[in-house]
Write a protein that binds this ligand. Sequence first.
Ligand SMILES: [Zn+2]
Length: 477
Amino acid sequence: MADEKLPLQSENFSEWYNQVILRAELADYSPVRGCMVVRPYGWALWENIQQSLDLRFKATGHVNAAFPLLIPMSFLEKEKQHVEGFSPELAVVTIGGGEKLEEPLVIRPTSETIIGHMYSRWIKSYRDLPVLINQWGSVVRWEMRTRLFLRTLEFYWQEGHTAHATSEEAQEETLRMLNVYADFAENEAAVPVMRGRKSETEKFAGAVSSYSIEAMMGDTRALQSGTSHNLGQNFAKAFEIQYLDVNNQLQHVWTTSWGLSTRMVGAIIMTHGDDQGLILPPRLAPHQIVLVPIFRSEEERSKVMPVVDRIQQELSGFRLKLDARTEVTPGFKFNDWEMRGVPLRIEVGPKDVEKGTVAFARRDRPGREGKSFVEQTNLAARVAESLTDIQASLFNRALAFRKAHTFESSDYGELQEAVLKGWAYAWWCGSADCEAKVKEDTKATTRCIPLDQPGGRGKCVVCGQPAAEKVYFARAY
Ligand SMILES: [Zn+2]
């Protein structure tokens, strides 16, 4: 497979995306339309994402638990906006054990309702608060148009659900987790993100306010890569989650929810990849290094392999893959691991053994530019330095790309042009009509109202009325 050329990103980004996922063996199509099979290489990447997020959740005081996949239909109907938002996407179970069920069960599209129900039983007093629980699992949303990792009927994610004594604490938690996502995206995935509030039209069904991190993909489209919702008392009232406060008064709690999914894998693919395939950030790559021995004879082999064995031991602190296949050429291996996005390749041949060197080839700089010969001494330190540099250069490159494709738009004509080649940053009056007009005319939607605002006031880029905030408009996945 590796010797066949991938479609060029510049010619067909969408086909490049599909092909790279299949060929790198991240995922495959399932016999059920719209479902995805995550293959071991893709799952290894997801596990690294999980681990680094989970550390951050624990460090901010959260614990993990597991709630059931099946939810009584009546639970979803308790919160009006929630059921309106999710009912077109629900998968419903009506038969169990051969019998028609008295009450249909939905396969969770998200778990606010069942968790709200449980919280109403667990929370009695202010001493029980805050409740800070996360769950790792999968959910089902019956999507019509699906793409591997970006939108599938079933997807994997985590969903955090917290309950607090005050509105201020809930808001603080909502923003804390938004910042956790942003920190993860930028420092682990090397994906620069814009943090902001979603518009009323774009917010989560049942939330008071929703926040997201938005990333620019290699084709300049936006990808919502994680969301954090302040649910106010909407679910607390629907599920009667109440507590006795310090004055022995009965109060409703304030809740939040926040989620990040396997979409992040799509974000990594489309932010960093190039015409040769994937480029994975070292901090999350399943294999940080591929070690390729090079020899043409038994004599060369006997010189090279002891050095390769020693290097493998020295680098045991890294996620290293030794490619010892003998049925393919080194050139084939180079292409194969480039396509799979391994950040650093180390080659060891007979000449390297004589000189006491190895060859480094950086995935982020293809060809001669990314190649260097380094001493075998202190190899672990040299590798660490190189991986750190690759991680930083991937982030800086993506940030420069976003800057180069973000345009201040002061009138409607500029906005229409901007969203064809990137993101438009413009004043917006906040009206859903103006938002709808942009969507109708250009297919671009409001992505987020960034937390960092310039201050002052301007004129809405659509209607010219006074506007207090600036927003990003972009075509999105
Ligand atoms: Zn307007």
